[in-house]
Ligand binder design. Structure first.
Ligand code: SF4
Length: 236
């Protein structure tokens, strides 16, 4: 992918996420918000988060509620049962360790200790940890998870078979600092809705990146060729 196309791709992605709300400021809110985004498309994650915030007085009330009740608010996730169990396990772990559902103390730790603590919880994706460190420790890291890696590699924005650190280095050069969160959310949304793991189920014709994406362009060309062949076969 040429440099101009890379810039265009980044711009398209950042523009798409502009409409979404800003991520929450409190650490525990941010973690749950991001967890929802890792399990469902962006608009559904925003709605599910708003529903949970509205339905429960605080996260402790959610922690002690039944799985079935919580599940209704996140039902759009294909793995809603797992998601609910993960949320409750996480909240229970924090509550038993800290005797409260707050992680604001992370602001007082240095970056290494904050990262170690978040890892020790054992349930957070590296992208969620990066996101918290960005927000609380002014880390300039670009959060990357396996879903975003898939989209970025297919588009050609980052080369295949580059380490996660290598991808983050490349993205730091490409994505303007004030657009990083929007960029991350937009990539994640495309990964959830369109650029799914199964190559046969990828929905390139509906993707906003189809004109700049290497994989998408070859997919669309193949679909056109097949369409023409079918047309010829019908006429014969
Ligand atoms: S065009 Fe297709 S392969 Fe490329 S990012 Fe979009 S869905 Fe994925």
């Amino acid at each position: 992918m040429r440099a101009a196309e890379k810039r265009k791709t980044v711009k398209t992605l950042a523009r798409r996420a502009r409409a979404g709300a800003d991520p929450p400021a409190r650490v525990i809110d941010l973690i749950l918000y991001h967890l929802l985004h890792l399990h469902m498309p962006s608009a559904a994650a925003e709605r599910s988060y708003a529903r949970l915030k509205c339905k429960y007085v605080d996260w402790n009330e959610l922690r002690v509620s039944s799985d079935l009740e919580i599940r209704r608010s996140v039902a759009v996730a294909p793995d809603a049962g797992d998601l609910v169990r993960r949320i409750k396990t996480l909240l229970n772990r924090i509550q038993s360790e800290r005797s409260q559902l707050s992680l604001e103390f992370l602001s007082d730790l240095n970056k290494g200790d904050a990262r170690r603590y978040l890892r020790s919880l054992g349930l957070l994706s590296p992208a969620t940890i990066d996101l918290v460190l960005r927000q609380r420790k002014r880390d300039d890291v670009v959060p990357i998870d396996e879903h975003s890696e898939r989209v970025l590699a297919r588009t050609g924005l980052v080369p295949r078979r580059v380490s996660k650190t290598g991808i983050q280095k490349l993205l730091r050069r490409l994505v303007p600092e004030d657009r990083v969160l929007h960029f991350h959310r937009a990539v994640l949304d495309i990964a959830q809705r369109l650029c799914v793991r199964d190559e046969e189920a990828v929905k390139c014709p509906a993707c906003p990146l189809r004109e700049v994406c290497a994989f998408g362009r070859s997919r669309c060309r193949a679909a056109q060729r097949n369409g023409r062949r079918r047309g010829v076969a019908k006429r014969a």
